[in-house]
Design a protein around this ligand. Structure first.
Ligand code: TYM
Length: 339
């Protein structure tokens, strides 16, 4: 039986943090054997806000290296760079022409990011979710493993595929595009800022102390955890809405030690912040150490990384080409073979 397929990606903007890992990449790693897995570095998404051309290249390579360092196995999955497959931008255009503008204006992330940009909001920022829909739909993905913040974008991809393509252009009820499902895990879907347990940990937060980077060294991790926001209460607990920092840091501790919430609850319910923080620091340092070791090896000798990306690109080209051709035929484009 054919394996079901998953597709996902991370933007190469700044250093990846533990939210990207625990909310997305770690789930890809767990799924890659069971599913036909495609993961890309979504560099075209990274230029929807002002970007630094000097850094884009190195951030793109660094993100791909982190995928492998976190456990993505090139023998089990295809890893590629979004801009190396022109079909992404071509499908984006085709989808743009059928997507209503008011669907885009409703996107929460667009509204949030547009506020930060002031007068400098690009069309690309508005169009970002259509490009993301193209990323997913090109590969006939069954499932898209992401964090909670991407749920609305996934719903948009489903609506475009179903309401604007399949129901308008399919013949004989045969769908042209596959309708993907989001895969959002219960644990880790929304890792919060270290400085405010009610806002998401984010690459774009100007304060670096709000997040733990996957490449942070032990000293930096220790300093950031020391500065992490706490509260007045003694004893740590999950799920108390009045104590979001406790819930967030315990959740991170449970995930990086691979221990159940029940076990962590028992260990930490009678523990003060002063005792808990060094435990969390050690757990973070030791869970990131193997990732950093593998990452450093990959970045120092780029030949393995280059080969992985070349192979991933070949695989991605084949699949994406088939879907794009199918859609162009359905939309009535003149084929090159007929001239
Ligand atoms: P990006 O680069 O912002 O984030 C990459 C992945 O990390 C997840 N994530 C989090 N999960 C838990 N807690 C957090 N604090 C946290 N911050 C980020 C995100 O949900 C995401 O899964 N639009 C996407 C990239 C993208 C994409 C795609 C994803 C482009 N095309 C196609 C899937 C499929 C984004 O900006 O993710």
């Amino acid at each position: 039986m054919n394996k079901k397929r998953i597709l996902s990606g991370v933007q190469p903007t700044g250093d990846l943090h533990i939210g990207n890992w625990l909310g997305a990449i770690r789930n890809w790693v767990n799924l890659q054997k069971e599913y036909d897995t495609y993961v890309c570095v979504v560099d075209l998404h990274a230029i929807t806000v002002p970007h630094n051309p000097e850094k884009l290249k190195s951030d793109t390579l660094s993100t791909a290296a982190l995928y492998i360092a976190c456990g993505m196995d090139p023998k089990e999955c295809s890893i590629f760079v979004q801009s190396h497959i022109p079909a992404h931008t071509e499908l984006c255009w085709l989808l743009n022409c059928v997507t209503p503008l008011n669907w885009m204006e409703r996107m929460i992330q667009f509204k949030e990011k547009a506020l930060k940009q002031g007068d400098n909001v690009s069309i690309g920022l508005l169009d970002y979710p259509v490009l993301m829909a193209a990323d997913i739909l090109l590969y006939d993905a069954d499932l898209v493993p992401v964090g909670e913040d991407q749920k609305q974008h996934l719903e948009l991809a489903r609506d475009i595929a179903q309401q604007r393509i399949n129901s308008r252009f399919s013949k004989d009820k045969k769908p042209i595009l596959k309708i993907p499902q989001p895969l959002i895990m219960k644990e880790g879907a929304k890792i919060m800022s270290l400085l405010d347990g009610s806002s998401k940990m984010s690459k774009s937060d100007p304060n670096e102390n709000s997040r733990i980077g996957l490449l942070d060294n032990p000293d930096t991790i220790s300093k950031k955890i020391k500065k992490a926001k706490t509260d007045q209460h003694y004893g740590l607990e999950f799920g108390n809405p009045k104590r979001p920092e406790s819930d967030n840091l315990l959740g991170i501790y449970s995930m990086v030690t691979n221990q159940s919430k029940e076990k962590i609850r028992k260990e930490c319910s009678a523990m003060g912040w002063g005792k808990f923080k060094p435990l969390l620091t050690d757990a973070l340092i030791s869970s990131l150490e193997p990732i950093q070791k593998k990452y450093n090896a990959l970045i120092q000798d780029r030949s393995e990384l280059n080969n992985v990306l070349k192979e991933g690109t070949e695989n991605a080209k084949i699949l994406s080409g088939i879907t794009l051709q199918r859609l162009k035929e359905a939309l009535g484009f003149l084929e090159t073979t007929s001239i």
